[in-house]
Design a protein around this ligand. Structure first.
Ligand code: GLU
Ligand code: ZN
Length: 315
């Protein structure tokens, strides 16, 4: 099977058990299908980034024995590429500049969506000359406004997830016209991830279920870009459960998740495999890491991963 998978961590802190689970799942799925596996550092959101975290993550992955099949790419170095694709999307007439503040949106929105108030399309008919000067420039590199995509034509997006089953989402009421480039000039995750997955020829995405609800936005963008560039062909998705703490919060830097201890790598590998429903033998915890990997790839079965989107763990 032609298979290229990937792991795409955001360097907001060191690798924790939750991110290890996503890495192990995507790696085992790729390798058990004879595929390649790539690593991409999603360091677009510079204000949220932690200095040195990208290196720490890569060193932890190495210590765990992950091997990537191409040099790591960094989204922070790819703004010119995202710019070009945002420009390409302009051909659809679905992209528009927005000058609204968060408060204006909250005050005028009448629909509550997945991520808060749905943007009420206030700026959709404003001609560029009515917008503040920075946004009327012919280039979309300007920082004075955000850039949104009209989802009116999208209606309901459906897909079948390899783990979670069928998901349908009505983009106009659940998400609304979402941002592709922020006011502060940072390209949005939704655009960057679609562009990079296409340019890296990713065929399979295995990642945390916290991104399940983002998938219809990404399918929408992929489909639009595919009209312009056929390389944006469909992709297959599988969303693994996310590890939560006792309070039900996703493990993250914000919830003070413990960094993984590479000194007990075999132990953590076995825990990650159990979390993923793979039923590794208990004594594998004492085996060498290489043996854990052999077992994991040989026995990997996506169908054993539970359909839950969250599982509580004791850290
Ligand atoms: N960078 C995202 C995260 O760490 C993951 C993106 C993805 O896998 O699509 O949550
Ligand atoms: Zn607006």
């Amino acid at each position: 099977m032609h298979y290229i998978g990937r792991f795409a961590p955001s360097p907001t802190g060191p690798l924790h058990f939750g991110s290890l689970v996503a890495a192990v799942a995507s790696y085992c799925d790729a390798k058990s299908n004879g595929g390649q596996w790539l690593v991409r550092i999603e360091d677009l959101d510079t204000p949220r980034e932690v200095a040195g975290a990208a290196d720490t993550i890569l060193r932890s992955l190495e210590a765990f024995g992950f091997e990537w099949d191409a040099p790591v790419i960094y989204q922070s170095q790819r703004a010119a590429i995202y710019h070009d694709y945002l420009h390409a999307l302009k051909a659809t007439d679905l992209i528009y500049a927005c000058t609204c503040s968060r408060k204006e949106i909250t005050d005028s929105s009448i629909i509550s969506g997945l991520d808060g108030p749905v943007y009420p399309k206030t700026c959709i008919n404003k001609k560029p000359h009515k917008l503040s000067s920075g946004c009327s420039a012919p280039t979309i590199l300007t920082n004075a406004c955000s850039w949104r995509i009209n989802v009116a034509d999208a209606s309901t997006i459906s897909f079948v997830d390899g783990i979670q089953g069928e998901l349908s989402q009505h983009l106009p009421t659940k998400v609304g016209d979402f941002i592709l480039k922020r006011k502060d000039g940072i390209f949005a995750y939704q655009l960057a991830v679609v562009v990079d997955d296409a340019l890296q020829n990713i065929t399979h995405i295995v990642r945390g279920a916290d991104l399940l609800e983002s998938t219809p936005r990404q399918i929408y963008l992929r489909n639009l870009l595919n009209f312009i560039l056929p390389s944006f062909a469909p992709i297959s998705y599988a969303h693994v459960p996310v590890a939560c703490n006792a309070a039900g919060e996703k493990l993250s830097k914000q919830t003070l998740a413990k960094p993984i201890d590479t000194g007990i790598a075999s132990h953590l590998m076995v825990e990650a495999l159990s979390f993923l429903g793979q039923m590794p033998p208990a004594d594998l915890k004492n085996a060498r890491l290489a043996e854990c990997w052999l077992w994991a790839i040989k026995h990997w079965n996506l169908e054993s991963v539970t359909e839950q989107t969250q599982i509580k763990i004791i850290e």
